[in-house]
Design a protein around this ligand. Structure first.
Ligand SMILES: *Cc1c(COP(=O)(O)O)cnc(C)c1O
Length: 498
């Protein structure tokens, strides 16, 4: 279909647009071209019938996907202020480098001698991450933040096992504001996950921590700045207390946007930290991946890192080390999500050490400005955060009955994605806002103007806000049902298999 859908019409899928015989390109057969496929591929591996692919001319393909891209909100369209999960702009140069044929076409079974460039990139990326983290060793293998956490917690378990305390150190502590993956990871790894309260500033309550510490504690999982955007200023004391009872310090470093190049988890006393390359180091994410969640550790946890590990030989060549007898094993096929590593490497090399620090400074400055613009219209229960601030729509709801979810939906009508909503759990009606480093002053002001306009509409025309969005391709969805009856597949009409 060209042009906008007519009334009552939905956008057809690319398969529904297919007409037999239509095609985008036509190759002339050269004399050098091989014979029938059956000459090349053993017949038992050939399909009986041709693959069902859509047959569509090139211009229709381009229009189809362009139209689909406009039905969705994405960071290439406008600000996407998702707190904690950082939707920063991903420079296009990252895409150019990760598509270089030498990287994109590399087979994971390529002999090491023929993959030196890729191994060198992985080695150097790990070196840079070590520097940012202030740690001694890095694995690039985990495919996501949650898997990085799993890796880190398994390393902690291996450490306690090796010290004869595997069966007694059963408890992993985390604060109220923690990302849900922290307790989930601890529980999956077989630990008792226990929440400790925060104080009125949103920080770990030191008294409560002290009361909870004993020889059964395997470790504390703590994000810093925490998920309220608040820096845990007692971090040195917290680390000391946890270490004093023999526990380990785990930092959820999914979002390092306030810290990188400024201060280092290793210097704060953490033993292990994971990164989300797809949040802090600019790889596109959302929709399920791919991502990368490398883990950095201090020396005492290094023997347990997953195999294989990239290393540099004395002669300057690179190799993969499988000979690590104390390793927790393998957590991902081959070596991790390599394309994500190329993007993160490009981003870090483009910025350099000074640029990385400036990125963090700009992220914090942008948030300070945006918070100043918004704090009159929305509550700020824990004050301004560093790279993100957690607002609350509680007063607005009391006054107008308009909920945070309504505000989030109405933002779409103004062309903005919502911030993270209803997280962290210790802030009612939470709007967790992270503008990121690349947004201009003008764009921040446009976003603030939209938020202020919605706060006014909530007073003057609550119905308009409560029924938003009005301008999007689909109206408000039943999110509960979408989560419970997930159905993402499209099948050929008349096709019985689903
Ligand atoms: C996003 C996030 C995670 C989980 O990362 P995934 O890559 O989605 O698994 C963990 N902790 C924090 C603080 C996060 O923001």
């Amino acid at each position: 279909m060209a042009g906008f859908p007519l009334k009552g019409e939905t956008t057809p899928t690319i398969f529904e647009k297919s007409v037999a015989g239509r095609r985008g390109t036509r190759m002339t057969r050269s004399d050098a071209s091989p014979g029938p496929l059956s000459d090349l591929i053993p017949t038992r591996h050939l399909r009986g019938e041709p693959a069902r692919l859509p047959e569509v001319p090139e211009n229709e393909v381009v229009r189809h996907y362009t139209e689909l891209s406009l039905k969705n909100h994405h960071v290439d369209r406008a600000l996407y202020p998702l707190g904690s999960c950082t939707m920063k702009y991903n420079p296009k140069v990252n895409e150019a480098t990760c598509r270089l044929p030498g990287f994109a076409g590399l087979h994971p079974f390529t002999p090491q001698a023929s993959a030196q460039g890729a191994l060198k990139l992985m080695f150097e990326l790990a070196e840079m991450l070590k520097e940012v983290a202030g740690m001694d060793e890095v694995t690039l293998q985990p495919a996501a933040g949650a898997q990085g956490e799993m890796t880190g917690v398994l390393l902690m378990r291996a450490y306690h096992d090796a010290h004869g305390e595997g069966s007694t150190r059963r408890r992993i502590l985390f604060p109220e504001s923690a990302h849900g993956t922290n307790p989930a990871t601890a529980a999956m790894a077989g630990f008792d996950a226990e929440e400790i309260p925060s104080d009125e500033t949103g920080r770990v309550d030191l008294e409560a921590l002290r009361e909870n510490l004993d020889e059964a504690v395997a470790g504390l999982m703590l994000t810093n700045p925490n998920t309220l955007g608040v820096f845990e200023s007692d971090i040195a004391e917290i680390s000391r207390l946890v270490h004093e009872v023999g526990g380990l310090m785990y930092m959820d470093g999914a979002n390092l946007n306030a810290l990188m190049g400024v201060t280092r988890p290793g210097d704060m006393g953490y033993d292990v930290v994971h990164f989300n390359l797809h949040k802090t180091f600019s790889t596109p994410h959302g929709g399920g991946g791919p991502g990368a969640g490398p883990v950095a550790v201090k020396k005492h946890l290094a023997p347990y890192l997953p195999v294989p590990k990239v290393f540099r030989r004395e002669d300057g060549s690179y190799g993969l080390d499988w000979d690590r007898p104390e390793s927790v094993g393998k957590l991902h096929g081959f070596y991790g999500n390599f394309g994500v590593m190329v993007r993160a490497y490009t981003y870090m090399r483009m910025l350099g050490a000074t640029g990385i620090r400036e990125t963090a400074e700009a992220a914090v400055l942008n948030n300070a400005y945006l918070t100043a613009l918004l704090k009159e219209d929305f509550d700020l229960p824990y004050g301004r955060g560093m790279h993100e601030s957690v607002f609350s729509g509680s007063s607005l709801k009391k006054r107008t009955d308009i909920k945070t979810m309504d505000v989030a939906k109405r933002l779409l009508d103004y062309g903005f994605h919502a911030p993270t909503v209803y997280f962290p759990l210790n802030v009612p009606e939470a709007l967790m806002t992270e503008p990121t480093e690349t947004e201009t002053k003008q764009e921040l002001e446009r976003y603030a103007a939209a938020m202020k306009a919605i706060a006014r509409e909530a007073e003057t025309d609550p119905e308009l806000v409560a029924t938003a969005p009005h301008t999007t391709p689909v109206r408000r969805l039943d999110e509960g049902r979408a989560a419970r009856q997930l159905d993402l597949k499209w099948s050929f009409s008349g096709d019985a298999e689903d």
